[in-house]
Structures are given as C-alpha cells and as structure tokens.
Design a protein around this ligand. Structure first.
Ligand code: PRP
Length: 211
C-alpha cells in the first residue's frame, strides 16, 4: 500500500503537531511507546511518521524522502527549500528578533556585528533597512555573543523572552513572526494529492473547531 510519509520535528513541537494529526484522523499509536525508534507506521490510516531534527524536515520533504512535514517558518525563510507551504498550524509560535545589551548604542559609521544561526534572515533584514553588517555565524547559545563582546547584536528566536531576560538582553527590533507550517514536496503534492488534501482539510477543520 502506498503510504503517506510524514516528517515530524523531534521534540516538544513535534509531539504537539503529532497530536493534531492524530485528532485529524491519522493516528499511529505506536509512536507513543517510549523507545528510540524513529519510524512508525499505521497502514490502516495510510501514514508513516518519522522523527527528524527540526531543521532537517524541509530537506526530507524537498528531496521527496517525506511527502509532507512540519517545519518552522524560520527554517523556511532561512533555507528557502523548494516546497509548498500548505497550512499555518498556529503552534510553535515565536518571533525572529534583533536583541542587544540594554546599554548598547549603535554606531552607524561602523558595520554592525550580528551573531546568529540565521544568516540569510539576518542578511535579508539588514539589506531591507540599508544597514551594513558583519555576520558572525554561530550554532547555538547565541545570547552569549553580545555579553562577551563577540557581537553588537543577535538575530534569534524569541519565544517567552526568558533567555534574553536572564542574559540582560532586550529586543530592539522585531523581524518576523514565526510558527509551524505544514509543507509538501512538489512531486508528492502532484502524485499523492488526494491523501495530502485529506490531511490538510481535516487538520484545518480541527483547527477551526477549537477556535
Ligand atoms: C531558542 C532561541 C533562544 C530560546 C528563546 O533556542 O535560540 O535561545 O529558544 O526562547 P525563550 O524566549 O522562551 O527563552 P533553542 O532552545 O531552540 O536552542 P538553541 O540554543 O539551539 O538555539
């Protein structure tokens, strides 16, 4: 049987998103067993789920290893994968923002040193406001960079704001709101259109019902 392959982001967001698929009529009870398996299938519901690193979901979908998946808008903006964005799942809500030390004052005569994991988002943003920057690409714990003087500001995800607060940083500019999106591969969307549309419609109805 031709199952629909669904790439889910491993972690808390993935669990919330799986619950949406389950409620929408695509359950896979084995996924809740506490083990280290990464692939789960339910032939009756026609779905096979697999857990991947959140930043890798779009790669699986773009290359057709998964038909659909759930990726943060941050990843879609940063890597611009060649996929269709079908639905805003309105979960995993946060924002991409610029933050700096409370006492930071910008000197417009020098390039701004920007530490970030999201160098394309940062570059596009500063191009749009006409500010010269020097990007410092880091892989995590970005908040440390301005404290140690490695950068002037950071471009990062802010959810509750706790990480910034605990490191005495403040948001200075909002770049874009972020949430989880349901994405589909272009070939899959064409050749497995019926089951993909069924999932999208069912999840949309679920979301409307709880609003
Ligand atoms: C993200 C982000 C911030 C934090 C923001 O990190 O990079 O550090 O969450 O959340 P808050 O506003 O609720 O404090 P994540 O946990 O995704 O890991 P990372 O260190 O790999 O970026």
């Amino acid at each position: 049987m031709n199952m629909l392959n669904v790439a889910l982001p491993k972690g808390r967001l993935g669990e919330r998103v799986y619950a949406m698929f389950e409620k929408a009529g695509f359950p896979c009870p084995a996924i809740k067993e506490n083990n280290r398996k990464l692939i789960f299938e339910n032939p009756e519901a026609g779905v096979r789920y697999f857990w991947v690193k959140p930043s890798d979901v779009a790669i699986y979908v773009e290359r057709g290893a998964a038909d659909i998946g759930v990726a943060g808008k941050d990843i879609l903006l940063e890597y611009e994968p060649d996929v269709y964005e079908l639905l805003d799942l309105k979960t995993g809500i946060c924002r991409m923002a610029v933050a700096a030390r409370e006492d930071f004052r910008d000197d417009p005569t020098r390039p701004l040193k920007v530490a970030t994991k999201f160098k394309n988002i940062a570059r596009n943003y500063y191009t749009s406001v006409g500010r010269d920057i020097d990007i410092i690409h880091l892989n995590g714990s970005i908040e440390i960079a301005p404290i140690l003087g490695l950068s002037d500001v950071i471009v990062d995800i802010v959810e509750t704001g706790t990480t910034l607060k605990e490191n005495h940083l403040v948001v200075t500019e909002e770049i874009v709101p972020i949430s989880a999106r349901l994405i589909a591969g272009k070939a899959s969307f064409k050749f497995k259109n019926e089951p993909i549309e069924a999932i999208v419609n069912s999840i949309s109805r679920q979301m409307e019902a709880i609003q």
